[in-house]
Design a protein around this ligand. Structure first.
Ligand code: SIN
Ligand code: CO
Length: 385
């Protein structure tokens, strides 16, 4: 699925809207075809392990008018024909056709991608006025939905019921439009929004995570302990004898902050951040039987072999060190394997192995690919057609 270039100019979008202002891109996808049907989505939400919820808004203006129910669901009969929305997270990891929507946004850094959440709303269905901490492109599939979006502003939130956070006061809408199939609404993190379906609607939310300082510090700290780095300790050789025992002075705080700043400024921090960014959201599925490097050349040359990137798996290159990363592991590069690693990076979903088999022409490449197969980053299968 490709963005319509006459409507969606990437550079103009990045300059004027990305992380700044919401915008509607009418017919951002021309001839949009829903990659999933409501019945399939409803069936997926019946499965164990799928993160799904239904938000009902029987009386949107009454504080108790909201209800959130979590899946897996066994049926939807009791919900009636209006005022509810079924939302399913990470559908890109379950349905490859939905995952393909991500390729349209590959001008944005892949590590920032969180997931594609798909919602089905009945008439008058919506999740209420709220803010998200994520940047999101909401693609309208079948049906029509009215969206109101405001600029970023300080707004307080409340919880009308468990697992639902709404904003307290009315916001001033800078966008108030009815989206039709193929339209795209971009909403930067922190902008209030509210979408109410005018008729049964499918919406695809392509979400981009923006980790907070605390989240990054936690993840980097955790990895530093695992890898036994950032081991320098706090020092205070110049303590004054007249220091009150209960006082922590500015110099001591400064010393501790400097210890942290030095750690985060070191090259090691680049490595740890790359490990963090390369983590997949959920555990990757490892093959039943591990592959050996010896099997790789034959595997890739076999007629009909297809290489697929596991949905949600990341294969990222660090520009400053040239190393590649996947699921927290580093792969050092050299001239023997770089071309093959880059060819693998170009596989967003799946690709015939025949085009890149000849790049895997030495033991180092085979080792790397066997390891990637065993981690579950990539998989190979035979296409019977
Ligand atoms: C939805 O698709 O119903 C919810 C999207 C959102 O507002 O975050
Ligand atoms: Co939202």
């Amino acid at each position: 699925m490709k963005l319509n270039p006459t409507v969606f100019n990437r550079q103009a979008f990045l300059t004027s809207y990305w992380q700044q202002r919401p915008v509607v891109l009418k017919q951002g996808f021309d001839d949009f075809v829903d990659p999933v049907a409501p019945e399939i989505l409803a069936g997926l939400a019946m499965e164990e392990g799928v993160d799904a919820r239904v938000v009902q808004c029987q009386q949107p203006d009454a504080p108790l008018g909201w209800k959130v129910t979590h899946g897996p669901f066994s049926d939807y009969e009791a919900l009636g024909e209006s005022h509810w929305t079924l939302l399913v997270q990470s559908v890109n990891e379950w349905l490859p056709d939905v995952g393909e929507l991500l390729t349209a946004f590959d001008f944005l850094p892949e590590w920032r991608v969180d997931d594609v959440m798909v919602s089905f709303s009945c008439e008058d269905g919506g999740v209420g006025p709220h803010l998200d901490q994520y940047d999101v492109f909401i693609i309208q599939g079948q049906g029509r939905r009215r969206w109101r979006v405001g600029d970023r502003e300080a707004i307080s939130s409340f919880q009308p019921c468990a697992d639902l956070t709404l904003i307290e006061q009315e916001f001033t809408a800078v966008i108030d439009e009815v989206l039709e199939p193929g339209d795209i609404l971009y909403i930067p993190a922190g902008c209030p929004h509210d979408g109410i379906a005018l008729e049964p609607s499918l919406n695809y939310s392509v979400g981009f995570r923006a980790p907070s300082q605390a989240e990054l510090l936690l993840q980097v700290g955790d990895l530093a302990l695992q890898h036994d780095v950032f081991t320098r300790r706090y020092q205070d050789p110049e303590l004054a004898a007249d220091n009150e025992h209960f006082v922590v002075d500015q110099a001591q705080l400064q010393q501790a902050k400097q210890l942290l700043t030095d750690a985060l400024s070191a090259n090691t921090a680049d490595d740890l951040l790359m490990r963090v960014f390369s983590q997949s959201k959920r555990p990757l599925v490892e093959p039943d039987l591990p592959y050996t490097a010896e099997q790789v050349p034959e595997l890739l040359r076999q007629q009909g072999t297809v290489i697929s990137r596991a949905p949600g798996a990341r294969w990222l290159q660090c520009k400053t060190t040239d190393s590649f990363y996947s699921n927290g592991e580093r792969f050092e590069m050299n001239s023997k394997i770089r071309a093959f690693a880059l060819a693998l990076a170009a596989i967003q979903q799946e690709q015939s192995a025949s085009g890149i088999a000849e790049l895997c022409d030495n033991a180092a490449c085979a080792d790397m690919f066997a390891e990637l197969l065993n981690m579950g980053t990539f998989a190979v299968f035979l296409d019977s057609d």
